[in-house]
Write a protein that binds this ligand. Structure first.
Ligand SMILES: Cc1cc2nc3c(=O)[nH]c(=O)nc-3n(C[C@H](O)[C@H](O)[C@H](O)COP(=O)(O)OP(=O)(O)OC[C@H]3O[C@@H](n4cnc5c(N)ncnc54)[C@H](O)[C@@H]3O)c2cc1C
Length: 401
Protein backbone atom coordinates (compact mmCIF):
# COMPACT_ATOMS: atom_id res chain seq x y z
CA UNK A 1 0.00 0.00 0.00
CA UNK A 2 1.18 3.51 -0.80
CA UNK A 3 -0.27 6.40 1.21
CA UNK A 4 -0.78 9.59 -0.84
CA UNK A 5 -1.37 13.01 0.71
CA UNK A 6 -1.60 16.08 -1.51
CA UNK A 7 0.26 19.32 -0.75
CA UNK A 8 -2.54 20.94 1.27
CA UNK A 9 -3.50 17.71 3.07
CA UNK A 10 -7.12 17.79 1.84
CA UNK A 11 -6.78 14.77 -0.53
CA UNK A 12 -5.67 11.46 1.00
CA UNK A 13 -5.89 7.90 -0.27
CA UNK A 14 -4.10 4.54 -0.33
CA UNK A 15 -2.96 3.20 -3.70
CA UNK A 16 -2.15 -0.51 -4.02
CA UNK A 17 1.21 0.40 -5.52
CA UNK A 18 3.40 3.30 -6.63
CA UNK A 19 5.32 2.74 -9.86
CA UNK A 20 8.14 4.97 -11.09
CA UNK A 21 9.06 3.98 -14.66
CA UNK A 22 12.32 5.44 -15.90
CA UNK A 23 11.68 5.26 -19.64
CA UNK A 24 8.90 5.62 -22.19
CA UNK A 25 9.11 1.87 -22.86
CA UNK A 26 8.66 1.31 -19.14
CA UNK A 27 5.55 3.51 -19.13
CA UNK A 28 4.12 1.71 -22.17
CA UNK A 29 4.77 -1.72 -20.62
CA UNK A 30 3.11 -0.65 -17.35
CA UNK A 31 0.03 0.65 -19.16
CA UNK A 32 -0.26 -2.53 -21.27
CA UNK A 33 0.14 -4.74 -18.21
CA UNK A 34 -2.53 -2.72 -16.35
CA UNK A 35 -4.95 -2.79 -19.30
CA UNK A 36 -4.51 -6.55 -19.72
CA UNK A 37 -5.49 -7.26 -16.12
CA UNK A 38 -8.41 -4.80 -16.31
CA UNK A 39 -6.72 -2.47 -13.81
CA UNK A 40 -6.49 1.31 -13.39
CA UNK A 41 -3.65 3.74 -13.10
CA UNK A 42 -3.30 7.45 -12.45
CA UNK A 43 -0.32 9.64 -13.28
CA UNK A 44 0.75 12.07 -10.58
CA UNK A 45 3.15 15.02 -10.58
CA UNK A 46 4.15 16.79 -7.37
CA UNK A 47 0.68 16.40 -5.82
CA UNK A 48 -0.08 20.12 -5.70
CA UNK A 49 -3.64 19.81 -7.06
CA UNK A 50 -6.37 19.97 -4.47
CA UNK A 51 -8.92 17.87 -6.36
CA UNK A 52 -8.62 14.05 -6.28
CA UNK A 53 -7.30 13.83 -9.83
CA UNK A 54 -4.60 11.34 -8.88
CA UNK A 55 -6.72 9.22 -6.55
CA UNK A 56 -6.69 5.48 -7.26
CA UNK A 57 -7.04 2.27 -5.25
CA UNK A 58 -4.81 0.60 -7.85
CA UNK A 59 -1.60 2.02 -9.41
CA UNK A 60 -0.21 5.51 -8.93
CA UNK A 61 2.44 6.41 -11.54
CA UNK A 62 5.09 8.96 -10.71
CA UNK A 63 7.27 10.26 -13.53
CA UNK A 64 9.95 11.51 -11.15
CA UNK A 65 12.49 9.14 -12.72
CA UNK A 66 11.87 10.75 -16.12
CA UNK A 67 13.19 14.23 -15.61
CA UNK A 68 15.35 16.70 -17.55
CA UNK A 69 15.73 18.38 -20.89
CA UNK A 70 15.60 16.03 -23.90
CA UNK A 71 16.43 18.69 -26.50
CA UNK A 72 16.64 22.46 -26.87
CA UNK A 73 16.38 24.31 -30.18
CA UNK A 74 16.97 28.03 -29.74
CA UNK A 75 16.42 28.64 -33.46
CA UNK A 76 12.96 27.04 -33.42
CA UNK A 77 12.21 28.47 -29.96
CA UNK A 78 11.32 25.05 -28.55
CA UNK A 79 12.57 22.69 -25.86
CA UNK A 80 11.57 19.06 -25.34
CA UNK A 81 11.24 18.18 -21.68
CA UNK A 82 10.65 14.93 -19.80
CA UNK A 83 7.36 14.82 -17.85
CA UNK A 84 8.65 14.61 -14.28
CA UNK A 85 10.87 17.70 -14.62
CA UNK A 86 10.24 20.12 -11.77
CA UNK A 87 9.59 23.69 -12.91
CA UNK A 88 12.48 25.01 -10.84
CA UNK A 89 14.91 22.50 -12.41
CA UNK A 90 13.48 23.36 -15.81
CA UNK A 91 14.27 27.04 -15.26
CA UNK A 92 17.95 26.39 -14.64
CA UNK A 93 18.21 23.75 -17.39
CA UNK A 94 16.76 26.16 -19.96
CA UNK A 95 19.01 28.97 -18.71
CA UNK A 96 21.96 26.71 -19.58
CA UNK A 97 20.84 27.10 -23.23
CA UNK A 98 20.09 30.83 -22.81
CA UNK A 99 16.35 30.01 -22.94
CA UNK A 100 13.40 30.53 -20.59
CA UNK A 101 9.72 29.72 -20.16
CA UNK A 102 7.51 32.63 -21.26
CA UNK A 103 5.87 32.65 -17.84
CA UNK A 104 5.47 30.67 -14.63
CA UNK A 105 2.84 30.45 -11.92
CA UNK A 106 3.04 31.61 -8.34
CA UNK A 107 5.43 28.80 -7.37
CA UNK A 108 7.75 26.42 -9.22
CA UNK A 109 7.28 23.26 -7.15
CA UNK A 110 5.11 21.50 -9.75
CA UNK A 111 6.26 19.08 -12.45
CA UNK A 112 5.88 20.26 -16.03
CA UNK A 113 3.39 17.49 -16.97
CA UNK A 114 1.37 18.05 -13.79
CA UNK A 115 1.27 21.82 -14.27
CA UNK A 116 0.14 21.46 -17.87
CA UNK A 117 -2.34 18.77 -16.84
CA UNK A 118 -4.57 21.35 -15.12
CA UNK A 119 -3.80 24.53 -17.10
CA UNK A 120 -1.51 26.14 -14.53
CA UNK A 121 -1.07 29.86 -15.21
CA UNK A 122 0.77 32.91 -13.95
CA UNK A 123 -0.15 36.51 -14.57
CA UNK A 124 0.29 38.76 -17.61
CA UNK A 125 -2.33 40.14 -19.94
CA UNK A 126 -0.39 38.99 -23.01
CA UNK A 127 0.86 35.70 -21.57
CA UNK A 128 -1.03 32.43 -21.92
CA UNK A 129 -1.10 29.65 -19.33
CA UNK A 130 1.59 26.94 -19.35
CA UNK A 131 -0.68 24.61 -21.35
CA UNK A 132 -0.66 27.06 -24.24
CA UNK A 133 3.12 26.64 -24.55
CA UNK A 134 2.78 22.91 -25.29
CA UNK A 135 3.31 22.58 -29.05
CA UNK A 136 3.87 18.84 -29.32
CA UNK A 137 5.16 15.76 -27.58
CA UNK A 138 4.58 12.08 -26.93
CA UNK A 139 1.77 10.35 -25.07
CA UNK A 140 1.29 6.72 -23.99
CA UNK A 141 -2.39 5.97 -24.53
CA UNK A 142 -4.56 3.48 -22.64
CA UNK A 143 -3.55 0.61 -24.92
CA UNK A 144 0.15 1.24 -24.32
CA UNK A 145 0.63 2.85 -27.74
CA UNK A 146 3.09 5.75 -28.02
CA UNK A 147 1.50 8.60 -29.96
CA UNK A 148 3.56 11.51 -31.21
CA UNK A 149 1.51 14.68 -31.52
CA UNK A 150 1.97 18.24 -32.69
CA UNK A 151 0.16 20.96 -34.54
CA UNK A 152 -2.35 19.47 -36.97
CA UNK A 153 -1.80 15.86 -35.85
CA UNK A 154 -4.69 13.54 -35.10
CA UNK A 155 -5.22 10.04 -33.79
CA UNK A 156 -6.82 7.91 -36.49
CA UNK A 157 -7.74 11.08 -38.35
CA UNK A 158 -10.14 12.14 -35.63
CA UNK A 159 -9.72 15.18 -33.45
CA UNK A 160 -6.92 17.46 -32.46
CA UNK A 161 -4.64 15.62 -30.07
CA UNK A 162 -2.48 18.64 -29.30
CA UNK A 163 -5.40 20.82 -28.18
CA UNK A 164 -6.73 17.93 -26.10
CA UNK A 165 -3.32 17.13 -24.59
CA UNK A 166 -2.74 20.78 -23.65
CA UNK A 167 -5.13 20.32 -20.74
CA UNK A 168 -6.20 16.73 -20.17
CA UNK A 169 -6.19 16.08 -16.39
CA UNK A 170 -4.14 12.95 -17.06
CA UNK A 171 -7.23 11.40 -18.66
CA UNK A 172 -5.93 11.04 -22.23
CA UNK A 173 -2.75 9.13 -21.48
CA UNK A 174 0.64 9.58 -19.87
CA UNK A 175 2.76 12.36 -21.34
CA UNK A 176 6.32 11.07 -21.77
CA UNK A 177 7.80 14.08 -23.58
CA UNK A 178 6.59 17.68 -23.86
CA UNK A 179 7.74 20.02 -26.62
CA UNK A 180 7.36 23.55 -25.27
CA UNK A 181 7.48 26.95 -26.90
CA UNK A 182 10.23 28.84 -25.09
CA UNK A 183 11.94 32.20 -25.57
CA UNK A 184 15.38 33.66 -25.08
CA UNK A 185 16.45 34.05 -21.46
CA UNK A 186 15.43 37.39 -19.89
CA UNK A 187 15.63 39.34 -16.66
CA UNK A 188 12.81 40.82 -14.62
CA UNK A 189 12.53 43.49 -11.96
CA UNK A 190 9.95 42.70 -9.25
CA UNK A 191 8.39 45.29 -6.96
CA UNK A 192 5.80 44.25 -4.37
CA UNK A 193 3.87 47.19 -2.91
CA UNK A 194 1.47 47.20 0.02
CA UNK A 195 -1.28 49.76 -0.52
CA UNK A 196 -5.07 50.18 -0.18
CA UNK A 197 -7.38 48.03 -2.31
CA UNK A 198 -9.27 51.09 -3.60
CA UNK A 199 -6.08 52.47 -5.19
CA UNK A 200 -5.44 49.10 -6.83
CA UNK A 201 -8.94 48.87 -8.26
CA UNK A 202 -8.58 52.37 -9.74
CA UNK A 203 -5.22 51.58 -11.34
CA UNK A 204 -5.25 47.84 -12.15
CA UNK A 205 -6.33 48.13 -15.80
CA UNK A 206 -3.69 50.78 -16.50
CA UNK A 207 -0.97 48.79 -14.73
CA UNK A 208 -1.86 45.50 -16.36
CA UNK A 209 -1.68 47.13 -19.82
CA UNK A 210 1.69 48.77 -19.05
CA UNK A 211 3.53 45.89 -17.35
CA UNK A 212 4.49 42.37 -18.44
CA UNK A 213 3.12 40.87 -15.19
CA UNK A 214 0.85 42.45 -12.58
CA UNK A 215 -1.34 40.84 -9.97
CA UNK A 216 -2.63 41.65 -6.51
CA UNK A 217 -3.59 40.05 -3.24
CA UNK A 218 -6.49 41.56 -1.31
CA UNK A 219 -6.43 41.00 2.46
CA UNK A 220 -10.10 40.97 3.52
CA UNK A 221 -9.50 41.84 7.17
CA UNK A 222 -7.45 45.00 6.58
CA UNK A 223 -8.61 45.99 3.08
CA UNK A 224 -4.95 46.34 2.18
CA UNK A 225 -3.66 44.89 -1.06
CA UNK A 226 -0.25 43.71 -2.19
CA UNK A 227 0.40 44.66 -5.82
CA UNK A 228 3.16 42.71 -7.53
CA UNK A 229 4.64 44.39 -10.58
CA UNK A 230 7.22 42.57 -12.74
CA UNK A 231 8.79 44.26 -15.76
CA UNK A 232 11.97 44.00 -17.74
CA UNK A 233 14.47 46.28 -15.94
CA UNK A 234 14.06 49.84 -17.23
CA UNK A 235 10.40 49.32 -18.23
CA UNK A 236 8.84 50.06 -14.84
CA UNK A 237 5.48 51.89 -15.00
CA UNK A 238 5.28 55.64 -14.40
CA UNK A 239 2.53 55.18 -11.85
CA UNK A 240 3.82 54.20 -8.40
CA UNK A 241 1.50 52.77 -5.72
CA UNK A 242 1.21 54.98 -2.62
CA UNK A 243 2.34 52.70 0.20
CA UNK A 244 5.20 50.51 1.33
CA UNK A 245 7.65 48.79 -0.97
CA UNK A 246 7.83 45.27 0.51
CA UNK A 247 10.13 43.66 -2.04
CA UNK A 248 12.44 45.01 -4.72
CA UNK A 249 14.59 42.50 -6.61
CA UNK A 250 15.91 41.75 -10.08
CA UNK A 251 17.30 38.64 -11.73
CA UNK A 252 16.66 35.86 -14.25
CA UNK A 253 12.92 35.40 -14.91
CA UNK A 254 12.82 31.84 -13.56
CA UNK A 255 14.15 33.03 -10.20
CA UNK A 256 12.09 36.22 -9.94
CA UNK A 257 8.59 35.02 -10.99
CA UNK A 258 8.03 32.15 -8.50
CA UNK A 259 7.45 32.75 -4.80
CA UNK A 260 8.30 30.68 -1.76
CA UNK A 261 5.22 29.19 -0.02
CA UNK A 262 5.33 27.26 3.21
CA UNK A 263 1.91 28.14 4.67
CA UNK A 264 -0.50 25.41 3.49
CA UNK A 265 -3.83 26.52 2.02
CA UNK A 266 -6.83 25.30 0.05
CA UNK A 267 -8.02 27.27 -2.90
CA UNK A 268 -10.91 27.92 -5.28
CA UNK A 269 -10.04 29.82 -8.44
CA UNK A 270 -12.28 30.92 -11.28
CA UNK A 271 -11.40 32.36 -14.68
CA UNK A 272 -13.75 35.12 -15.80
CA UNK A 273 -13.76 37.29 -18.95
CA UNK A 274 -11.22 40.08 -18.43
CA UNK A 275 -13.68 42.86 -19.26
CA UNK A 276 -16.04 41.81 -16.45
CA UNK A 277 -13.24 40.78 -14.10
CA UNK A 278 -13.00 43.75 -11.78
CA UNK A 279 -16.80 43.87 -11.38
CA UNK A 280 -16.77 40.20 -10.42
CA UNK A 281 -13.97 40.91 -7.95
CA UNK A 282 -16.02 43.81 -6.47
CA UNK A 283 -19.00 41.47 -6.01
CA UNK A 284 -16.75 38.87 -4.37
CA UNK A 285 -15.32 41.55 -2.08
CA UNK A 286 -18.81 42.64 -1.02
CA UNK A 287 -19.79 39.06 -0.23
CA UNK A 288 -16.60 38.34 1.70
CA UNK A 289 -17.00 41.53 3.72
CA UNK A 290 -20.67 40.82 4.41
CA UNK A 291 -20.43 37.14 5.34
CA UNK A 292 -16.92 35.74 5.63
CA UNK A 293 -14.48 38.38 6.77
CA UNK A 294 -14.32 37.13 10.35
CA UNK A 295 -13.26 33.61 9.39
CA UNK A 296 -11.28 34.08 6.20
CA UNK A 297 -7.73 33.47 7.29
CA UNK A 298 -6.01 34.57 4.13
CA UNK A 299 -6.32 36.47 0.90
CA UNK A 300 -7.91 36.78 -2.53
CA UNK A 301 -5.55 36.71 -5.51
CA UNK A 302 -6.34 38.45 -8.82
CA UNK A 303 -4.35 37.81 -12.02
CA UNK A 304 -4.76 38.07 -15.80
CA UNK A 305 -4.02 35.63 -18.63
CA UNK A 306 -4.20 35.71 -22.42
CA UNK A 307 -6.66 33.44 -24.18
CA UNK A 308 -5.65 30.02 -25.52
CA UNK A 309 -7.25 27.29 -27.60
CA UNK A 310 -6.93 24.06 -25.59
CA UNK A 311 -10.20 22.10 -25.78
CA UNK A 312 -10.71 22.30 -22.03
CA UNK A 313 -9.16 25.72 -21.51
CA UNK A 314 -10.73 27.96 -18.94
CA UNK A 315 -9.30 31.01 -20.75
CA UNK A 316 -11.16 31.02 -24.10
CA UNK A 317 -10.92 34.83 -24.13
CA UNK A 318 -8.70 37.42 -22.40
CA UNK A 319 -9.18 36.40 -18.81
CA UNK A 320 -9.01 37.55 -15.22
CA UNK A 321 -8.48 34.88 -12.59
CA UNK A 322 -9.79 35.31 -9.05
CA UNK A 323 -8.68 32.91 -6.33
CA UNK A 324 -9.96 32.46 -2.78
CA UNK A 325 -7.21 31.18 -0.50
CA UNK A 326 -8.02 29.72 2.88
CA UNK A 327 -5.50 28.36 5.40
CA UNK A 328 -5.47 24.57 5.25
CA UNK A 329 -6.19 24.41 8.99
CA UNK A 330 -9.49 26.32 8.57
CA UNK A 331 -12.87 25.30 7.17
CA UNK A 332 -13.18 26.26 3.49
CA UNK A 333 -16.21 24.56 2.00
CA UNK A 334 -18.96 26.89 3.21
CA UNK A 335 -16.90 29.91 2.13
CA UNK A 336 -16.09 28.53 -1.33
CA UNK A 337 -19.65 27.27 -1.95
CA UNK A 338 -21.11 30.65 -1.01
CA UNK A 339 -18.86 32.62 -3.36
CA UNK A 340 -18.89 30.19 -6.32
CA UNK A 341 -22.28 31.45 -7.70
CA UNK A 342 -20.77 34.94 -8.06
CA UNK A 343 -18.03 33.53 -10.27
CA UNK A 344 -20.59 31.59 -12.29
CA UNK A 345 -22.81 34.64 -12.76
CA UNK A 346 -19.71 36.42 -14.11
CA UNK A 347 -19.21 33.73 -16.78
CA UNK A 348 -16.50 31.92 -14.81
CA UNK A 349 -14.90 28.55 -15.46
CA UNK A 350 -13.16 26.74 -12.57
CA UNK A 351 -9.45 25.94 -12.30
CA UNK A 352 -9.20 22.19 -12.87
CA UNK A 353 -6.71 21.58 -10.08
CA UNK A 354 -8.47 23.56 -7.34
CA UNK A 355 -11.70 23.16 -5.36
CA UNK A 356 -14.99 23.66 -7.20
CA UNK A 357 -18.46 22.17 -7.03
CA UNK A 358 -19.48 21.90 -10.70
CA UNK A 359 -21.07 18.73 -12.11
CA UNK A 360 -20.41 17.19 -15.52
CA UNK A 361 -23.70 18.64 -16.77
CA UNK A 362 -22.63 22.17 -15.72
CA UNK A 363 -19.21 21.75 -17.31
CA UNK A 364 -20.61 20.42 -20.57
CA UNK A 365 -22.61 23.64 -20.89
CA UNK A 366 -19.48 25.73 -20.33
CA UNK A 367 -17.20 23.93 -22.79
CA UNK A 368 -18.26 23.94 -26.47
CA UNK A 369 -15.71 21.19 -27.25
CA UNK A 370 -16.63 18.98 -24.27
CA UNK A 371 -18.02 16.13 -26.41
CA UNK A 372 -15.09 16.33 -28.84
CA UNK A 373 -12.68 15.99 -25.93
CA UNK A 374 -14.60 13.01 -24.57
CA UNK A 375 -14.65 11.30 -27.98
CA UNK A 376 -10.91 11.68 -28.30
CA UNK A 377 -10.39 10.53 -24.72
CA UNK A 378 -12.43 7.40 -25.43
CA UNK A 379 -10.33 6.66 -28.52
CA UNK A 380 -7.12 7.07 -26.55
CA UNK A 381 -8.33 5.09 -23.55
CA UNK A 382 -11.08 2.69 -24.70
CA UNK A 383 -10.99 0.56 -21.52
CA UNK A 384 -10.94 3.52 -19.12
CA UNK A 385 -7.51 2.61 -17.69
CA UNK A 386 -6.92 6.28 -16.76
CA UNK A 387 -10.32 6.88 -15.13
CA UNK A 388 -10.91 7.06 -11.42
CA UNK A 389 -14.23 7.67 -9.66
CA UNK A 390 -13.61 11.42 -9.45
CA UNK A 391 -12.81 11.79 -13.17
CA UNK A 392 -15.66 9.50 -14.21
CA UNK A 393 -18.08 11.72 -12.32
CA UNK A 394 -16.44 14.99 -13.39
CA UNK A 395 -16.51 13.99 -17.05
CA UNK A 396 -19.96 12.37 -16.82
CA UNK A 397 -18.68 8.82 -17.52
CA UNK A 398 -19.11 5.54 -15.73
CA UNK A 399 -15.84 4.58 -14.06
CA UNK A 400 -15.49 1.40 -16.11
CA UNK A 401 -16.32 3.12 -19.41
C1 LIG B 1 1.33 26.35 -3.40
C2 LIG B 1 0.60 26.20 -4.71
C3 LIG B 1 0.70 27.20 -5.66
C4 LIG B 1 0.01 27.09 -6.86
N1 LIG B 1 0.12 28.11 -7.75
C5 LIG B 1 -0.59 28.05 -8.90
C6 LIG B 1 -0.54 29.12 -9.84
O1 LIG B 1 0.15 30.12 -9.65
N2 LIG B 1 -1.30 29.01 -10.97
C7 LIG B 1 -2.08 27.94 -11.21
O2 LIG B 1 -2.76 27.91 -12.24
N3 LIG B 1 -2.13 26.90 -10.35
C8 LIG B 1 -1.40 26.94 -9.22
N4 LIG B 1 -1.44 25.88 -8.35
C9 LIG B 1 -2.11 24.65 -8.78
C10 LIG B 1 -1.08 23.71 -9.44
O3 LIG B 1 -0.24 24.40 -10.33
C11 LIG B 1 -1.81 22.62 -10.23
O4 LIG B 1 -2.67 21.93 -9.38
C12 LIG B 1 -0.84 21.66 -10.93
O5 LIG B 1 -1.58 20.81 -11.75
C13 LIG B 1 -0.01 20.86 -9.94
O6 LIG B 1 1.05 20.22 -10.61
P1 LIG B 1 1.66 18.88 -10.01
O7 LIG B 1 2.98 18.62 -10.65
O8 LIG B 1 1.61 18.91 -8.54
O9 LIG B 1 0.64 17.79 -10.60
P2 LIG B 1 -0.46 16.93 -9.84
O10 LIG B 1 -1.30 17.82 -9.02
O11 LIG B 1 0.19 15.77 -9.18
O12 LIG B 1 -1.28 16.41 -11.11
C14 LIG B 1 -2.04 17.32 -11.87
C15 LIG B 1 -2.65 16.60 -13.07
O13 LIG B 1 -1.64 16.28 -14.01
C16 LIG B 1 -1.74 14.90 -14.37
N5 LIG B 1 -0.40 14.42 -14.72
C17 LIG B 1 0.71 14.42 -13.96
N6 LIG B 1 1.73 13.89 -14.66
C18 LIG B 1 1.25 13.54 -15.88
C19 LIG B 1 1.80 12.94 -17.06
N7 LIG B 1 3.09 12.58 -17.13
N8 LIG B 1 0.99 12.75 -18.11
C20 LIG B 1 -0.32 13.10 -18.07
N9 LIG B 1 -0.89 13.67 -17.00
C21 LIG B 1 -0.12 13.88 -15.93
C22 LIG B 1 -2.33 14.25 -13.13
O14 LIG B 1 -2.94 13.01 -13.46
C23 LIG B 1 -3.34 15.28 -12.71
O15 LIG B 1 -4.52 15.14 -13.46
C24 LIG B 1 -0.78 25.95 -7.14
C25 LIG B 1 -0.88 24.94 -6.18
C26 LIG B 1 -0.22 25.07 -4.97
C27 LIG B 1 -0.37 23.99 -3.96
Amino acid sequence: MERFVNWSGSVRFDAAQLRQPSSEDGVAALVRETAERGGKLRPVGSGHSSTPLAETPDTLVSLDAMSGLEAADAGAGTATVLPGTGLSDLGSALAGHDLAMENLGDVDYQTIAGAIGTGTHGTGRNLGNLSSTLVGGRLVTGTGRVVEFGEGDAIDGNGDVLRAAQLALGSLGILTALRLRVRSAFHLHRQNWMTHIDWVLDHFSELSRACRHVDFYWYPRSDLAQVRILTPPGEEPDVVPPGTLKKDESGPSYQIIPNFRDLKFDEMEYMVPLEEGLDVFRAVRERVKARHRHRVGWRVLVRTIAQDSAMLTNAPQPTMTIALLQNASLEYEEYFRDVEPIFLAGGGRPHWGKKHYRSAADLREMYPEWDDFLRLRQECDPAGVFLNDYLAELLGLRSGA
